[in-house]
Design a protein around this ligand. Structure first.
Ligand SMILES: [Mg+2]
Length: 265
């Protein structure tokens, strides 16, 4: 049926598919590099999706904005000041927290009773100049049918600042942040479950986008469709494994492909 729709599609659709092809590669084609890639929209069966769930950092804006470099410096300063260490030793401690507790904040909270709100305000006090407004992303979010939410290990204030700079803040009905997650960061399963319970939706009707592939594991286990947004950093992961259903080098292009597929459904 999809084939017949393709045959009737106009030249503009052909151009759109070609563009999408270059920016979105389905998982199976990543692994079978010998095989010629098929049209990406053929594997985008998203008619069952009613909830579009997005990570924030390096997902809704490109990783090359490198906001994390600024946040990372602020985290380093915070740890150094709080534990009275030099920056180098604070960095070592920070990596231990990340490894043992998932985030530096979790380590500081569990081991030193740090006030998480004070910490979040400090580390997210950054320059958003690298983030450009994204009218194309805003346009495609407007076209997406269903609910749109943000699920971030950062703070609501940071998410509001960033989405405001992108010009997309009005598309989201909710931001489920690290405080809403009871400061249990992704990929802990509990915040995923709490998010679905509080916002009253099911995993099977949800597609989740995140640049860290390990954050997709609980999502897939719960029944969500998952999209990995490669971050080109070690902690982004390699995108391998059954929990990664799709790969989107460019989230806007992926969503445009999704909208095109839904329109012809
Ligand atoms: Mg992220």
């Amino acid at each position: 049926m999809f084939q017949s729709r393709l045959k009737n599609a106009g030249f503009s659709r052909y151009l759109a598919l070609t563009l999408i092809w270059t920016t979105y590669i389905p998982m199976e084609n990543q692994k079978k590099s010998q095989s010629p890639p098929v049209s990406s929209t053929e594997s985008l069966e998203l008619d069952h999706i009613n909830v579009w769930l997005f990570d924030l950092d390096n997902t809704l804006y490109p990783a090359h904005c490198n906001l994390f470099a600024q946040i990372d410096r602020r985290i380093n300063e915070y740890v150094a000041q709080f534990l009275d260490l030099n920056l180098e030793n604070a960095r070592v401690q920070q990596k231990l927290y990340f490894k043992e507790h998932g985030t530096t904040l979790r380590g500081l909270m569990l081991e030193h009773n740090v006030d998480p709100h004070h910490y979040m305000d400090y580390v997210h006090d950054i320059d958003l100049a690298p983030v450009d407004p994204s009218p194309d992303l805003s346009a495609v979010l407007h076209q997406l049918p269903g609910r749109k939410l943000i699920f971030t290990n950062g703070s609501t204030k940071h998410a509001e600042n960033v989405t405001g700079k992108l010009g997309i803040e009005h598309h989201f009905e909710a931001i489920f942040d690290i405080a809403a997650s009871d400061f249990l960061p992704k990929p802990d399963t509990l915040p995923y479950q709490k998010l679905m319970l509080e916002h009253d939706f099911d995993a099977v009707e949800t597609i989740f986008f995140d640049d860290m592939d390990r954050n997709l594991e609980p999502a897939a286990a719960l029944g969500m469709t998952t999209v990995w947004v490669p971050g080109h950093a070690d902690w982004s992961g390699d995108g391998e494994g059954d929990h990664v259903h799709h790969i989107a080098e460019d989230v806007t292009a992926f969503l445009q492909a999704a909208v095109a597929g839904l329109k012809t459904a």
